[in-house]
Design a protein around this ligand. Structure first.
Ligand SMILES: NC(=O)c1ccc[n+]([C@@H]2O[C@H](COP(=O)([O-])OP(=O)(O)OC[C@H]3O[C@@H](n4cnc5c(N)ncnc54)[C@H](OP(=O)(O)O)[C@@H]3O)[C@@H](O)[C@H]2O)c1
Length: 322
C-alpha cells in the first residue's frame, strides 16, 4: 500500500513517499481505509527519534486518522464502510491502518474527514487533562501556554466550555487573537509572565496551569500558581524539559500533575470512551469548533510536519488522502 514513510530519523524532510505491506487486523482489531490524517507534535518527535515510544524503522508517522472501516470482525461493534476516526499512535500516513477497536470512534455523517482526523488526539488529551487530572471546576482560572497550538487551543475551548476563566499565552498577536476567538477571556505573551499573571489575577494567581510547551515558562507559571493550584505537565514543544525548585509546590501548596493521554486510553478505556462520547456530543451541538490551519495533500506530508516543527501552525494541520 502507499504510505509516507520515515526510513531514517531526522527532520520532517525524512518523510518520503514509499510502500509498506498492507496490515492485517488481529483479534480485537479493525482495518481502516484512511481518508485524512491529523498531524501532531509527537509525530515530529517520532520522526526525529525523540519520542518516548518509538516505532521501529521504517514506519509511517501519523497518530490519528479518519476514514471508513475496511475489515472488522462481526463482534467488533463496527461494520464495513462505517465512517470512523481513530487514535493509531503511528501508521496513519498510509492507505490503510490497523487499530484496536477500543481506539475507534464512530463519526456522524455531518463530520467531514479532515475535521474528524484533527479531533480526538487534541480534544481527548486536553479534556482528560482538565477533567480527570486537574479536576477543573467552573469559576476557576485556567492558564493555557501555547494556546494556539493543537492541544492548547483545545484546552482553551474546553476550559471556557467548563466555565473557567481562561488566560491564553501565545507567542504572536495572531495566535493570541485565535485563542480569544475560541474562548480565552485574557491573552498574554510569554514576557514577564509571573508578574503579568499576578497583576491580572489581583495577586491571587491561577488555579490550573496547562503546559504543552515546557522550557522556562513552566517555572514562571508555577510561581503564579494559586494555593491549591494544579500544574499540568502536557508536553515540551519548546524542546527542553523544565526542572523546578521543589520548594515551589511546598510554598504554594500546589500540585504538579502529569498527563499521558495515550496511556490513559489503554489503561482506562471506559473513562476514555465516556470522554469521547462527551466530546462528540459537544461537537454535534456546535459547542466545539476545531480549527484547521492547513490541509496538505498526501504527498506533502513532510510540509505538514514542518509547519508544526517551525512553530507556524495555528490549531490543527491535516493531511488528506491518499
Ligand atoms: N501528554 C499527552 O498526552 C500529550 C498529547 C498530545 C500532545 N502532547 C504534547 O503536547 C505538545 C504540543 O503538541 P501539539 O500537537 O499541540 O503541538 P503544536 O500544535 O505544534 O503546538 C505547540 C505549541 O508550542 C509552542 N512552542 C513553543 N516553542 C516551540 C517550538 N520550538 N516549536 C514548536 N512549538 C513551540 C507553540 O506556541 P507559541 O508559539 O505560542 O509558543 C505551539 O503552538 C507536544 O510536546 C506534544 O508532544 C502531549
Amino acid at each position: 500500500m502507499r504510505a509516507m514513510i520515515c526510513e531514517h530519523h531526522g527532520g520532517p524532510e525524512q518523510v518520503v513517499p514509499g510502500e509498506l505491506p498492507l496490515p492485517e487486523p488481529g483479534p480485537g482489531e479493525v482495518r481502516i481505509r484512511v481518508r485524512a490524517c491529523g498531524i501532531n507534535f509527537p509525530d515530529v518527535l517520532m520522526v526525529a527519534g525523540r519520542y518516548q515510544a518509538q516505532p521501529p524503522l521504517p514506519f509511517a508517522p501519523g497518530a490519528e486518522v479518519a476514514g471508513e472501516i475496511d475489515l472488522c470482525a462481526d463482534d467488533s461493534g463496527f461494520a464495513a464502510g462505517q465512517r470512523v476516526l481513530a487514535f493509531c499512535h503511528s501508521g496513519g500516513l498510509a492507505e490503510y491502518v490497523v487499530v484496536n477497536a477500543s481506539q475507534v470512534v464512530a463519526i456522524p455523517d455531518a463530520m467531514p474527514f479532515d475535521i474528524a482526523a484533527a479531533f480526538i488526539l487534541t480534544y481527548g488529551t486536553s479534556w482528560h487533562a482538565l477533567r480527570q487530572r486537574a479536576r477543573l471546576v467552573a469559576g476557576e482560572r485556567l492558564l493555557v501556554l501555547g494556546a494556539a497550538g493543537g492541544v492548547g487551543l483545545a484546552a482553551v475551548e474546553l476550559g471556557a466550555l467548563a466555565g473557567a476563566e481562561v488566560i491564553a499565552v501565545a507567542s504572536t498577536e495572531d495566535k493570541r487573537a485565535l485563542a480569544a476567538d475560541h474562548g480565552a477571556a485574557h491573552t498574554l505573551g510569554y514576557d514577564d509572565l509571573k508578574a503579568r499573571l499576578k497583576a491580572l489575577t489581583g495577586g491571587d494567581g491561577v488555579d490550573v496551569i496547562f503546559d504543552p510547551v515546557g522550557g522556562d515558562s513552566f517555572e514562571q507559571a508555577l510561581r503564579a500558581s494559586a494555593r491549591g493550584g494544579r500544574a499540568l505537565v502536557v508536553g515540551f514543544a519548546a524542546g527542553n524539559i523544565p526542572t523546578v525548585p521543589m520548594n515551589l509546590p511546598l510554598l504554594k501548596g500546589c500540585s504538579i500533575v502529569g498527563v499521558f493521554w495515550g496511556q490513559f486510553t489503554e489503561h482506562e478505556p471506559h473513562t476514555a470512551a465516556a470522554n469521547h462520547r462527551q466530546l462528540m456530543r459537544w461537537y454535534v451541538d456546535g459547542r466545539l469548533r476545531p480549527h484547521i490551519d492547513r490541509a496538505y495533500p498526501f504527498g506533502r506530508a513532510a510540509d505538514a510536519l514542518e509547519r508544526l516543527a517551525s512553530r507556524e501552525a495555528r490549531g490543527k494541520v491535516v493531511v488528506t488522502g491518499p
